[in-house]
Design a protein around this ligand. Structure first.
Ligand code: DX5
Ligand code: ZN
Length: 232
């Protein structure tokens, strides 16, 4: 059975008790923690960086959790190194945020982290032709990057299907992740297009009971029809 992964985006967590919030969402069954890094330049919002992640490692549970870092900064390479040294699982970046996509990919790989390439909701998929053989994950944005709590852009569903086909044709083990506006009402439709990892922020952290919310999201995923999916 297909293993769908939930990556909780801490952008919607209560930052006054971030450590507790992350522990709670891990206890509730979140597979990964999605760490949105914004520099108020590449996107018009400012969040947190490697120093905060390092201090969160005081919690043993957090130190052993899988972190999925989404860099929305330009440049990116210095931050890649800082996060990689913290042994995060995935580092994803937007191709337009670096002067040399190949070099940034190599840098991430040097540290044995998974490399993710992020595409905005209306960005062309052409760039994948050039880099699909070099990356471990494709992160499709389903909202414009910058803020939590936005509405899922429905035209991204077609894009997900196209990227799923590209991945299958590549014969490589590339994960397909979608970020933005996902909730219990639309996760089923999104999953049916062939997604592996769902980034979810407000639809988890703006609820009272994370255990119940994650159970509800997983129940939706159990209904997904696997017949149309290719076995990888
Ligand atoms: C948006 C961020 C997302 C966002 C997701 O720029 O990359 O990770 O926080 O939050 P929700 O699930 O609320 O759309
Ligand atoms: Zn994100």
């Amino acid at each position: 059975m297909k293993n769908f992964l939930l990556a909780s985006s801490i952008l919607s967590a209560d930052f006054s008790k971030l450590g507790e919030e992350i522990c709670n969402v891990l206890d509730a069954g979140s597979d990964m923690i999605h760490f949105d890094v914004m520099d108020n330049h590449f996107v018009s919002n400012l969040t947190i960086g490697p120093l905060v992640l390092e201090s969160l490692f005081k919690y043993k549970k957090i130190r052993y959790a899988k972190f999925d870092v989404h860099l929305m900064t330009s440049p990116v390479d210095d931050l890649v190194v800082k996060f990689a040294k913290l042994n995060v699982e995935v580092i994803s970046f937007h191709p337009e945020s670096t002067t040399n996509v190949n070099e940034t990919i190599k840098l991430i790989k040097n540290y044995n982290c998974k490399v993710g390439l992020v595409l905005n909701p209306f960005a062309s998929l052409n760039i994948l032709n050039k880099f699909i053989d070099k990356i471990d994950l494709i992160l499709l944005m389903s909202v414009n990057p910058g803020f939590p709590g936005q509405v899922f852009i429905s035209s991204v569903l077609d894009k997900i299907r196209i990227v799923r086909n590209l991945i299958n044709k590549s014969n490589r083990n590339i994960l397909l992740e979608v970020d933005g506006g996902i909730n219990k009402s639309n996760i089923f439709a999104i999953a049916n297009c062939g997604v592996d990892i769902f980034v979810i922020g407000s639809a988890i952290f703006n609820t009272i009971n994370y255990v119940e919310t994650i159970r509800c999201l997983r129940n939706e995923l159990k209904k997904v029809n696997f017949i149309s999916r290719s076995v990888r």
